[in-house]
Design a protein around this ligand. Structure first.
Ligand SMILES: [Zn+2]
Length: 270
């Protein structure tokens, strides 16, 4: 049996861990080769007091956090495309000519295709089309990953192109429960301002959920590698955190139609 390969495309160092870390660990521990591609070094991210970093050193700090988390998760190769983090929606960084979202889709798609041609993934995974919570870099990375996948499918004989494409996603009911609990515990938190109707994806769009409780400790360790950033676990009540750490959710985009419960894992049928 040949080794299966999973490629995960994200925008910032930590998206792969916070969004799909359990899946990456699960695939790698099952013998698959796992490769991540990250568009930026997350230079517009926050700097937590616990790390010794400045805005100038943050890109290098986040690059090393990305590689360390990758090692913890069993990722074979942690690729960076080297674009600039565009910042949260509506911030001045959006307009920087080097910002990721200012780049041409064609160029980014070509970068991702180059990786796909070399790595030859069976399965491609990226953030959901709404970017989890609407971050413009997330949305652009997701769009470019899908366009790259579709272009390869059109160009190649089917046995060479990646066979399946997924979004990793958070069910809205889970996100809302977490948000409401966290906002209740800390009424001054900026999270209280978020429109909970935009969080995650509608539950019924999820086509596959995979329980991965066996990887919780390893996943917590990978979360801990992103020290410069606020961890989603920092403020979550423990029962909520465990829910996020022990089950991950996907929307299968290819092949369609995808029906909830028509498969048990990303590599089914490959
Ligand atoms: Zn991100």
């Amino acid at each position: 049996m040949t080794q299966k390969t999973l490629l995960c495309v994200v925008a910032h160092p930590d998206d792969e861990t916070f969004g799909a870390g359990g899946t990456l660990i699960h695939a790698a521990s099952g013998g698959a080769k796992v490769v991540t591609v990250c568009a930026t070094r997350g230079e517009a991210g926050e700097i937590m007091e616990r790390v010794n970093a400045t805005p100038e050193t943050l890109p290098a700090v986040r690059e090393s956090e990305y590689r360390k988390a990758g090692q913890i998760m069993g990722v074979s190769e942690s690729i960076l495309l080297g674009y600039r983090d565009s910042g949260m929606a509506g911030t001045p960084e959006n307009d920087d000519p080097n910002a990721f979202i200012q780049q041409s889709e064609e160029q980014v798609v070509n970068d991702i295709i180059e990786v796909m041609e070399r790595v030859k993934p069976d399965v491609v995974l990226t953030m959901d089309a709404g970017g989890g919570y609407g971050h413009p870099d997330h949305i652009f990375a997701s769009k470019c990953a899908l366009a790259a996948f579709e272009q390869l499918r059109d160009d190649y004989s089917h046995d060479r192109a990646p066979k399946k494409f997924y979004y990793f996603a958070f069910p809205r009911s889970r996100m809302q429960e977490a948000w409401e609990r966290m906002a209740a515990e800390d009424p001054d938190s900026p999270m209280g301002q978020v429109d909970v109707e935009t969080l995650g994806v509608p539950d019924e769009e999820i086509t596959l959920s995979v329980a991965i409780p066996q990887h919780e400790d390893q996943l917590r360790e990978a979360f801990g590698a992103h020290l410069s950033q606020q961890s989603p676990l920092d403020r979550m009540p423990d029962d909520i955190a465990r829910g996020f750490l022990t089950e991950e959710h996907y929307i299968r985009v290819y092949p369609t139609p995808a029906v909830q419960g028509d498969e048990t894992g990303l590599f089914d049928g490959i």
